[in-house]
Design a protein around this ligand. Structure first.
Ligand SMILES: Cc1cc2nc3c(=O)[nH]c(=O)nc-3n(C[C@H](O)[C@H](O)[C@H](O)COP(=O)(O)OP(=O)(O)OC[C@H]3O[C@@H](n4cnc5c(N)ncnc54)[C@H](O)[C@@H]3O)c2cc1C
Length: 492
């Protein structure tokens, strides 16, 4: 049995000549660049964690017919117990970044696990496309690839259909031959793409029947010729130090626009071709969408618990913990934290078999998604409310501590009942990084939108709710009396 993928192996795999731009310049090596290097190290940390012998059983499994352990994220649970076992591995990974790495490798592994479970949906689309997905799943899982995806079109003129947008905006098929297809145009917003091995390109937003050029799905290596990755601003690059920005300096997973400049895709990697309904079915008729967003809720359960702990410590730092109204706010936060956990456990326990596999309860998952995209900004707001000026009345950077005169003033002004001034500043800097920094603000945007705007997630909730059960109760009540009988019964 060979050992599983390590951090060093992952870092080496990213030195592949990919075309990433930031601040007007081409990045020659993402693993060394100050905008990305620490995030890359954090990704590597995930693989090193699972490669530790004592974590082998928790984090990894051996796929059938293979001789190498890979992340449990690639496991296709055959029952409830296996789903819980798989989840524990995903939680352990999420805990390493306190839930701040939204697109750790288990997100896409989960999407592909779900799509592979629904292979018959691809079979209906075409034997060759199903074969491509089956083979790609084997390749990606056996090699423990870190994948990202771009499944959303660049936000442009929202009042127009996707097919009506300006040429070259939305990625589309512009050519095909016996070797494969050629795509041109853009997709947003490849989170983690700078540190992923491969990208799944697909179309999750509804398409009209005449928009076949946009209706494709494929997988590409991040260094494929013609793929240009335009990074957003790096928060890691502007993090002053780990002391000043302990979260953003290490877990800024990045987001990037992807532009496909006549990228050629071999047929063996094309999963959906010119079929607008299949673009939807790839996610929704398979358990793909359910599995990828179930992973997101597992990760979020860790992050909300972290933020709840942060709130408690905040009140300790400013000495408000025992004020009854503050306790009430903490209790409310604790309830919200456990609600996220309970919804996750509910998705698993109320799951069902699909063929030979156990899948999470779809409606419970969508209901969690709708509720948590609202919950996150409210939790952040509670943290702000609990803190007052504490998150702002802070030394400009760790360098203030190097000046004896300033250090003395810091010692006098940053007092707390059970923290030293150094500890208090250290903690409050971390709290600001999580809650109010540019990085923290991006996280609020992420949690509100990563799975679609509210009208989209509520639509999924509407589609998957047990309306006949709910309205059936109304019908039962209505059937239990009628006007004529009641008139008779109440006649004087
Ligand atoms: C930090 C971050 C990371 C992301 N990472 C990824 C990634 O890795 N891969 C990926 O594929 N995507 C990613 N995304 C994109 C994400 O999936 C989209 O932002 C999301 O689906 C919403 O689409 P949109 O941005 O076009 O917003 P829109 O759909 O345009 O919604 C924006 C707002 O416009 C209004 N609106 C627009 N249309 C309607 C309508 N028809 N009815 C009612 N109201 C409407 C609503 O007020 C809505 O809240 C990421 C986004 C963020 C913010």
């Amino acid at each position: 049995m060979t050992t599983c993928k390590t951090g060093a192996e992952h870092i080496k795999s990213l030195k592949d000549g990919r075309t990433v731009y930031i601040d007007g310049k081409l990045v020659t090596d993402v693993t060394e660049h100050p905008a990305f290097r620490n995030a890359v190290k954090s990704a590597a940390m995930l693989y090193d964690f699972q490669a530790r012998p004592e974590n082998a059983e928790l984090m990894t499994f051996v796929p059938d017919g293979s001789n190498r352990r890979v992340s449990r994220a690639w496991q296709m649970p055959r029952n409830y117990a296996e789903m819980v076992q798989r989840r524990k591995a995903l939680q352990a990974w999420a805990a390493l970044s306190y839930g701040f790495m939204g697109r750790s490798p288990d997100h896409l592994a989960s999407a592909l696990v779900g799509q592979r479970m629904g292979i018959e949906v691809f079979e209906k689309h075409g034997a060759d496309r199903a074969k491509a997905l089956r083979n790609y799943f084997e390749e990606a899982s056996r090699n423990d690839y870190f994948l990202t995806y771009v499944i959303i079109n660049p936000q442009s003129e929202r009042a127009k259909d996707w097919g009506e947008q300006k040429e070259e905006l939305v990625a589309r098929v512009v050519d095909e031959d016996s070797a494969g297809i050629t795509i041109r145009g853009a997709k947003m917003l490849g989170t983690s793409s700078i540190m992923a091995n491969e990208v799944l390109v697909a179309n999750l937003q509804p398409l009209k029947p005449d928009e076949e050029d946009l209706a494709f799905s494929c997988a590409l290596p991040m260094n494929v010729k013609g793929l240009r990755v335009l990074s957003r601003k790096s928060y890691e690059a502007s993090a002053v130090s780990v002391f000043d920005n302990p979260i953003s300096s290490r877990f800024d997973e990045n987001d990037a626009l992807m532009y496909f400049d006549d990228v050629k895709v071999p047929w063996e990697r094309v999963f959906v071709y010119r079929d607008t309904d299949m673009c939807r079915a790839q996610f929704h008729d398979t358990p793909g969408h359910a599995y990828q967003n179930y992973q997101a809720q597992i990760r979020l359960s860790v992050k909300i618990k972290f933020l709840t702990g942060l709130a408690h410590r905040l009140t300790e730092a400013i000495g408000t913990t025992n004020i009854p109204s503050v306790r009430e706010q903490l209790g409310y936060l604790a309830a919200q934290s456990s609600m996220v956990n309970a919804m996750m456990a509910g998705m698993e326990a109320e799951g069902s078999m699909r063929g030979e596999y156990w899948v999470p309860n779809r409606h419970f998952m969508y209901s969690a998604q709708v509720l948590t995209q609202d919950l996150y900004p409210r939790v952040i707001n509670t943290l702000r409310e609990l803190s007052g000026g504490a998150l702002i009345m802070l030394p400009s950077s760790l360098h203030d501590f190097a000046d004896p005169q300033l250090r003395k003033i810091i010692g006098v002004t940053q007092r707390a009942a059970n923290m030293s001034p150094d500890e208090k500043v250290k903690f409050l800097k971390a709290a600001w990084d999580a809650v109010g920094s540019e990085f923290g603000s991006r996280h609020t945007q992420y949690e509100m939108f990563y799975a679609g705007a509210r009208f989209v997630t509520s639509g999924h909730s509407y589609r998957t709710f047990d309306w006949s059960g709910a309205t059936g109760m109304i019908d039962s009540l209505m059937g239990s009396y009628d006007l004529a009988d009641e008139l008779d019964r109440t006649k004087h």
